[in-house]
Design a protein around this ligand. Sequence first.
Ligand code: ATP
Ligand code: MG
Length: 237
Amino acid sequence: MIEISNVTKTYYGDGVGFQALRGVTFTIHEGEFIAIMGPSGCGKSTLMHILGCLDTPTNGAYFLDGKDVSIMSDDELADIRKDKIGFVFQAFNLLRRTTVLRNVMLPLVYANVGRKERQARAEKALHAAGLETQHFLHLSNQLSGGQMQRVAIARALVNDPKLILADEPTGNLDSKTGAVVLATFQRLNKEHGRTIILITHEQDVAEHAERIIYLKDGLVVDDAKSHKRRIIYHDHH
Ligand SMILES: Nc1ncnc2c1ncn2[C@@H]1O[C@H](COP(=O)(O)OP(=O)(O)OP(=O)(O)O)[C@@H](O)[C@H]1O
Ligand SMILES: [Mg+2]
């Protein structure tokens, strides 16, 4: 599904270039649950932006479903994102004072889906993300952190993406709530067959994935099966 080879990313500020990725190569198959981990500043978010088609590499190739996305225009990248990718961020990024349901329906407005269908798909995504029906009409700023992250996961699911990218999705959650969110990702992977890439700097979090790719100073330093794989999976759902 994903094949990147020798991907580099150089940021240019004040004329001096900084190489955040220095030649990253790996393959990810459909249906895998991967964690990308490494210390702060090692290039995790930079890599996620490239994998998520939010940015292109400076050099190297990125094939997504057999297409080289590293040479695509911004419009072509936007289409790929709309069709194939769902994003979950540390800071949830929900619209405040807007209902849960509307937050999840929003991506479908841009995809020109009719109102009734938008609502039906949003409700389905919220169920898949494990949010109880009683919260659907609450304002997003009236929820707990764990509930907000479920809404954000539902929003990522609503366009039915094959690939879910999550950048520190438990970074703002206490460990118990974080565990529930990680179980949700495990269930989406196992029961719904989504390919999941989870970015974290915490070993404990990474161990919820099946395979861990370690980054350091912009390079892959290890890529291995998660030996202690933590299966919590049953998120009361
Ligand atoms: N837009 C930018 N312009 C210049 N330098 C950048 C830019 N974005 C990131 N960098 C630099 O690239 C390096 C990698 O950043 P990145 O955000 O990918 O790290 P990270 O692994 O996600 O870190 P963290 O765990 O703190 O989120 C850092 O040294 C950072 O300062
Ligand atoms: Mg980051």
